[in-house]
Design a protein around this ligand. Structure first.
Ligand SMILES: Cc1ncc(COP(=O)(O)O)c(C=O)c1O
Length: 989
C-alpha cells in the first residue's frame, strides 16, 4: 500500500475509504518524506483545482488590483466577518487527480452488483437509446443549461418539455400536463393537495388504496401529517362509502392487477371526492388510460422511458389533470405563445404561480424539477413513436403472459389474473426458498408476505424467462406458450381496460425514427439553447459553475445506473459506501453532525428540514410551536415550504443595507415567543452580503426556544471560510446542483440533502425500504433520493480537497467583487457589506436607470443575449434589479467580456435617454435580434444591422443566435396552450 504513494496514481486499485484513512493518517511530515518536493511539483494531484477555478494566479493579481485589495486573503479578510471565520481549515482527504478520482469511484462502483432485476414497484430496467445517451445525457449542451426562464434562448428544451407534456397528456388521456415533478411519490403527495385545493368536499380526509406502491403511501403520510389531513388506507372497494376530499388509486396496482376504475371513480366523484390515479406510461399504450376512466388527476414516473433506475433517481415524475384545474397544478408548465414578430414561441406558462411571487400562497414549493430526465423520456417517445412504444409494451406484456402461463400450468397460483407487466405469485410457505433460489441464480424478485412479485420490462429476454422458470421448477416450452397466447394476445387485460384511442399522433412523434433523424433533431434543439458551452450564465443564487466532464463520467456507468432502489442492500454496497463517505465530507464542510441525502431538490430539503424541526419540538412537548420567521429577502420556496408544514409565516424586515433588521426581529420574536418554531435565513443573504450579526440572529432565536434553518443555496460563499454549523444554525439544505457541481440540467435534476446538528438527527427522514434513518417520515420515493448523481458531488470534493474547495470560495468572492467594481461606475450596486465588498454575487439596481432612460431590467436581460450571454437573475430578491453571480469557474477574459457587454449596454441606454433612438425602437427594446431579423428585407430600425446583431467584437468572432424574438408572456397566459402546436400553425406564419 505504502509503495503506491510514490506513484502518480496514489489510490488506484484500493478501497477509497482505506485510501482516505491512510492518507489522512499519514502526517504531513510523512507525506513530505515520501513525496519529495520535485515529485509533488510534478504530481497531477492538485491539477483539477486549476481546471475548476477560472482565473489563474496572474489574472487574480490583475483582478485584485482592480478591486484594490493587496492579496486574495486580504480581500477575504475584508469581506467575510471575522466572527464567523472558521478557526481551522477543513480536514478532508488530499485532492485526487481526475484519474485517481475515477479509480476510486470505480472502486465504489465495483461494490455494487448488477443483477437481473424484476422487482418493479415503480422502477424498471430500460434501454436508454444510445443516440439519447450520447447526445443528451452525456452532452453538456443539454445538461449545463438553466431552467428556461429566458425563453428566447431556451426554445430547444422548451420544445422537448412541451413534447413531454403532450406525451403525458396522450398516454394518460388527460387535458393538461406539467413539465415534471420530482418523483412518483411526491407527485402523489402533490396530487393530494391539488384534490384539496380544487375540490368542493369539506372533508379533511384523503383515501389511499392499499394497493398503491408502499413508498408512495409513506410520502403521502408524511405530507398529510404536517398539512393536517387524515389518511385512510383501505381496499379500493371501500372508497365508495367514504367521505373523503380525495383518493389515490394505482393502475395497474402495485401487485400488477389491472381493473376497470370507471365506476369506482364515478361513485367517488358523486361524493365530491376528486380521484387521482398513479399510472404507468408504458402500460397506458395498451391499457385504457386513467383519464378515459374519469380520473381527475393522473400521476406517475416516466423513468422506464429510457432513464436508468440509478438506485432511485433522478427520474421525471409527471402530473396531468383536467383543464379546469390547470391553474392550481403544481410545478412548471410549458406553454405556447408568440414573439414580438407574431411567430410561435414557447415559454414557461403561468409564471405568476411561482413561489417567487406567491410565496406562502404558492400551490407548492417545487422549483427545481427534473427537466433533463423529462427531456430524455420525451425523446424516448419521439424516437420510438406510438408504434415503437406499443411494440415495446406488447413485448413486455407477452413475456409476462408467457411467464404467467408457465407458472400457472405448473401449479402456481397468481394473486391476480389480470396484468400488464407484473404478476404476484401466492408462494405461501415456499416464499423464502424460492426467493433464495432466485437470489442464487442472480435474479432479484420482489418479496412480499407469502408472495413473490415479478415485473418484466423492455429488456426482458427469453433467457430471463427460462431462468425464472428454472427457479420455479417450471418445465414448459416458451415457444409453445407463446403460440398459445398469440391467439388471444391481450387475454390478461380485461376487455374494458384495453386501449382503443390513438396517442402520440402529433408529427413530432412520427418523424424522427431513424438514428440520423433523431441525432439531427436533438442537435437542432440543442443548438437553439444557450448553455454553459456557449458562455457565462451569471445567474445570481443559481451558481452556474463548471460541471466537469470527469465528475459526470461515472453517472452513466451501469454499476450505478442499473441498480434498483429496493434491491437487496448487499447489492448496493457501493452506493452505501459512497453515501457514507459523502455525508462525512458534507458534515466536515458544513459543521453539521449528520446528513440525509433523501431530498430531491433544495425546496424538498427545506421541507425535510422543517419537518425535523417540528418533530423535535413535538418530542419535547412543544408541538404547538408553529411560527416561522422569514426575512423579506428570502427565496420564495422558504415561505412556500413553511406553509406546507402548516407553519404561520411571519415576515422579518430587512434594513436599507439588505440585512435582517434586528429591531424588527426582536419585536417579532417577542410577539411570537411562545409559539416560535424557527427562523429561515439564507447566508450570505440573498442580497449577496455577509451579514455581520448572523450569529446574533441565531442566538436570539435560540434564546426564545426556536430553531434556525439556514438555507444553504449560497454555500458557495461559505465552503472553507465559514459554515452553517459554525455560524450556529441547526439545519440546512445544500443545493448539490449549485455548490457541489451537479449540473442544472435545464431545470433539474437537483439534490437537496439536509445537514443537522445532533439533536435533530433522530428526526431525519426514514424510508420504508432500506431506510438508514428508520422507516417513517419519508420525503422521497427512494431513500437516497437521486442516488445516481451523488457521484458528481463526491468527485468534485475528492478532486478539490480542502484547500481547493476553500480556494474556489475565495475565487468566487474575487470574481464577484471584480465584476461589481467594474460595473459600479456604470450601474448602482444595491447592497455592499463590510468595506464595501460583496459576497459571491452582487445586485445591480436598474430602477433609477429605468426612471432616467425608460429601459428596464428585462430589456437589459434580452439585449445581453445579442452580446452572447444569459441574463443575470432578474428581479430577485428585489424587483427591478439584476443579480450577478459569476462563480469561481469563469476566467478573467469571460468576466471582462460580460462587463464590457454590460457597459456597452449602459451606453446604449444613454443613447435612448439622449434621444438618439426612440424609446419604442432601439436595440434594447427590440432585443434579442435573430438571424431572420438580420436577413430581412425590411430593416426599418434607426440603428444598423451590425449594431443590432453583432454589437461587440466578440460576437463578430463567434455568435450565439437566439431563435425567436422577445416572447410575449401576457399573450401566452391569456391564450393558454400547453400542448404541441400543429405543424400547420408553424407553417402559417
Ligand atoms: C436561496 C434559495 N433557496 C432555495 C432554493 C430552492 O432550491 P431548488 O430549486 O433546488 O428547489 C433556491 C433555488 O434557486 C434558492 O436560490
Amino acid at each position: 500500500m505504502m509503495g503506491q504513494l510514490f506513484s502518480w496514481s496514489v489510490f488506484t486499485d484500493n478501497d477509497v475509504k482505506e485510501s482516505n484513512t491512510l492518507i489522512s493518517a499519514v502526517s504531513p511530515e510523512k507525506v513530505k518524506e515520501i513525496m519529495t518536493e520535485l515529485l509533488q511539483s510534478l504530481s497531477t494531484q492538485n491539477e483539477f483545482v486549476g481546471r475548476h477555478n477560472g482565473p489563474n494566479s496572474a489574472d487574480q493579481q490583475k483582478m485584485l488590483a482592480t478591486v484594490n485589495a493587496p492579496s486574495l486573503d486580504a480581500l477575504i479578510d475584508q469581506t467575510v466577518p471575522a466572527q464567523i471565520r472558521l478557526e481551522a481549515p477543513m480536514t478532508l482527504a488530499p485532492a485526487k487527480s481526475e484519474a485517481d478520482m475515477l479509480a476510486a469511484m470505480k472502486h465504489f462502483a465495483n461494490q455494487n452488483q448488477v443483477k437481473r432485476t424484476f422487482i418493479g414497484q415503480g422502477y424498471y430496467n430500460t434501454f436508454t437509446p444510445n443516440v439519447i445517451l450520447r447526445n443528451v445525457l452525456e452532452n453538456p449542451g443539454w445538461y449545463t443549461a438553466y431552467t428556461p426562464y429566458q425563453p428566447e434562448i431556451s426554445q430547444g428544451r422548451l420544445e422537448a418539455l412541451l413534447n413531454f407534456q403532450q406525451m403525458v397528456m396522450d398516454l394518460t388521456g388527460m387535458d393538461i400536463a406539467n413539465a415534471s415533478l420530482l418523483d412518483e411519490a411526491t407527485a402523489a403527495a402533490e396530487a393530494m393537495t391539488l384534490c384539496k385545493r380544487a375540490g368542493k368536499s369539506k372533508s379533511n380526509t384523503f383515501f389511499v388504496a392499499d394497493d398503491v406502491h408502499p413508498q408512495t403511501i409513506e410520502v403521502i403520510k408524511t405530507r398529510a401529517k404536517f398539512i393536517g389531513f387524515e389518511v385512510v388506507i383501505g381496499a379500493i372497494d371501500t372508497l365508495t362509502d367514504m367521505d373523503v376530499f380525495g383518493a389515490l388509486l394505482q393502475y395497474p396496482t402495485t401487485s400488477g392487477e389491472v381493473r376497470d376504475l370507471t365506476d369506482i371513480i364515478a361513485n367517488a366523484q358523486a361524493n365530491k371526492t376528486l380521484v387521482a390515479v398513479a399510472s404507468d406510461l408504458l402500460a397506458s399504450t395498451l391499457l385504457k388510460p386513467a383519464g378515459e376512466m374519469g380520473a381527475d388527476v393522473v400521476i406517475g414516473s416516466a423513468q422506464r422511458f429510457g432513464v436508468p433506475m440509478g438506485y432511485g433517481g433522478p427520474h421525471a415524475a409527471f402530473m396531468a389533470t383536467r383543464d379546469k384545474h390547470k391553474r392550481t397544478m403544481p410545478g412548471r408548465v410549458i406553454g405556447v405563445s408568440i414573439d414580438a414578430n407574431g411567430n410561435q414561441a414557447l415559454r414557461m406558462a403561468m409564471q405568476t404561480r411561482e413561489q417567487h411571487i406567491r410565496r406562502e400562497k404558492a400551490t407548492s414549493n417545487i422549483c427545481t424539477a427534473q427537466a433533463l430526465l423529462a427531456n430524455m423520456a420525451s425523446f424516448y417517445a419521439v424516437y420510438h413513436g406510438a408504434k415503437g412504444l406499443r411494440t415495446i409494451a406488447r413485448r413486455t406484456h407477452h413475456m409476462t403472459a408467457i411467464l404467467a402461463a408457465g407458472l400457472t400450468k405448473s401449479g402456481f397460483e397468481l394473486a391476480n389474473n389480470s396484468f400488464f407487466d407484473t404478476i404476484t405469485i401466492n408462494t405461501g410457505a415456499q416464499t423464502e426458498t424460492l426467493y433464495n433460489q432466485a437470489q442464487q441464480a442472480d435474479l432479484n424478485l420482489r418479496k412480499l408476505p407469502n408472495q413473490l412479485g415479478i415485473s418484466l420490462d423492455e429488456t426482458t429476454t427469453q433467457a430471463d424467462i427460462a431462468a425464472l422458470f428454472e427457479v420455479f421448477g417450471v418445465d414448459q416450452e416458451i415457444s409453445t406458450l407463446s403460440n398459445e397466447i398469440a391467439g388471444n394476445e391481450f387475454a390478461a387485460i380485461p376487455e374494458a381496460c384495453r386501449r382503443t384511442s390513438d396517442y402520440l399522433t402529433h408529427p413530432v412523434f412520427n418523424t424522427h425514427h431513424s438514428e440520423t433523424q433523431m441525432m439531427r433533431y436533438l442537435k437542432q434543439l440543442e443548438n437553439k439553447d444557450f448553455s454553459l458551452t456557449h458562455g457565462m450564465i451569471p445567474l445570481g443564487s443559481c451558481t452556474m459553475k463548471l460541471n466537469a466532464a470527469a465528475e459526470m463520467i461515472p453517472i452513466t456507468w451501469p454499476e450505478f445506473g442499473a441498480i434498483h432502489p429496493f434491491a437487496p442492500s448487499e447489492q448496493a454496497a457501493g452506493y452505501a459506501a459512497l453515501a457514507i463517505d459523502l455525508k462525512q465530507k458534507l458534515c466536515e464542510i458544513t459543521g453539521y453532525d449528520e446528513f440525509s441525502l433523501q431530498p430531491n431538490s433544495g425546496a424538498s430539503g427545506e421541507y425535510a428540514g422543517l419537518i425535523a424541526i417540528q418533530r423535535y419540538h413535538e418530542s419535547r412537548g412543544e408541538g404547538h410551536r408553529n411560527v416561522c420567521l422569514i426575512p423579506s429577502s428570502a427565496h420564495g420556496t422558504n415561505p412556500a415550504t413553511a406553509s406546507m408544514v402548516s407553519m404561520k409565516v411571519v415576515v422579518v424586515k430587512c434594513d436599507d443595507n439588505g440585512n435582517i433588521d434586528l429591531g424588527d426581529l426582536a419585536d417579532k420574536i417577542d410577539k411570537h415567543r411562545d409559539n416560535l418554531s424557527s427562523i429561515m435565513i439564507t447566508y450570505p443573504s440573498t442580497h449577496g452580503v455577509y451579514e455581520q450579526q448572523v450569529k446574533e440572529v441565531c442566538e436570539m432565536v435560540h434564546a426564545a426556544g426556536g430553531q434556525v434553518y439556514l438555507d444553504g443555496a449560497n454555500m458557495n460563499a461559505q465552503v472553507g471560510l465559514t459554515s452553517p454549523g459554525f455560524i450556529g444554525s441547526d439545519v440546512s439544505h445544500l443545493n448539490l446542483h449549485k455548490t457541489f457541481c451537479i449540473p442544472h440540467g435545464g431545470g433539474g435534476p437537483g439534490m437537496g440533502p439536509i445537514g443537522v446538528k445532533s439533536h435533530l438527527a433522530p428526526f431525519l427522514p426514514g424510508h420504508i425500504e432500506n431506510g438508514v434513518q428508520g422507516s417513517d417520515f419519508a420525503v422521497s420515493a427512494a431513500d437516497l433520493g437521486s442516488a445516481s448523481i451523488l457521484p458528481i458531488s463526491w468527485a468534485y470534493i475528492a478532486m478539490m480537497g480542502a484547500p481547493g474547495l476553500t480556494d474556489a470560495t475565495k475565487v468566487a468572492i474575487l470574481n464577484a467583487n471584480y465584476v461589481m467594481e467594474r460595473l459600479r461606475p456604470h450601474f448602482p450596486v444595491l447592497y455592499r457589506g463590510n468595506n464595501g465588498r460583496v459576497a459571491h454575487e452582487c445586485i445591480i439596481d436598474i430602477r433609477p436607470l429605468k426612471e432616467a432612460t425608460g429601459i428596464s431590467e428585462e430589456d437589459i436581460a434580452k439585449r445581453l443575449m445579442d452580446y452572447g450571454f444569459h441574463a443575470p437573475t432578474m428581479s430577485f430578491p428585489v424587483a427591478g434589479t439584476l443579480m450577478v453571480e459569476p462563480t469561481e469557474s469563469e476566467d478573467l477574459q469571460e468576466l471582462d467580456r460580460f462587463c464590457d457587454a454590460m457597459i456597452a449596454i449602459r451606453q446604449e441606454m444613454d443613447q435612448v435617454k439622449d434621444g438618439v433612438w426612440p424609446l419604442d425602437n432601439n436595440p434594447l427594446v427590440n432585443a434579442p435580434h435573430t438571424q431572420v431579423d438580420l436577413a430581412s428585407d425590411d430593416w426599418s430600425r434607426p440603428y444598423s444591422r451590425e449594431l443590432g446583431c453583432f454589437p461587440s467584437s466578440a460576437t463578430k468572432r463567434w455568435k450565439y443566435w437566439p431563435t425567436v424574438n422577445r416572447v410575449d408572456n401576457v399573450y401566452g397566459d391569456r391564450n393558454l396552450i400547453c400542448s404541441c402546436p400543429s405543424i400547420d400553425s408553424y407553417e402559417d406564419k
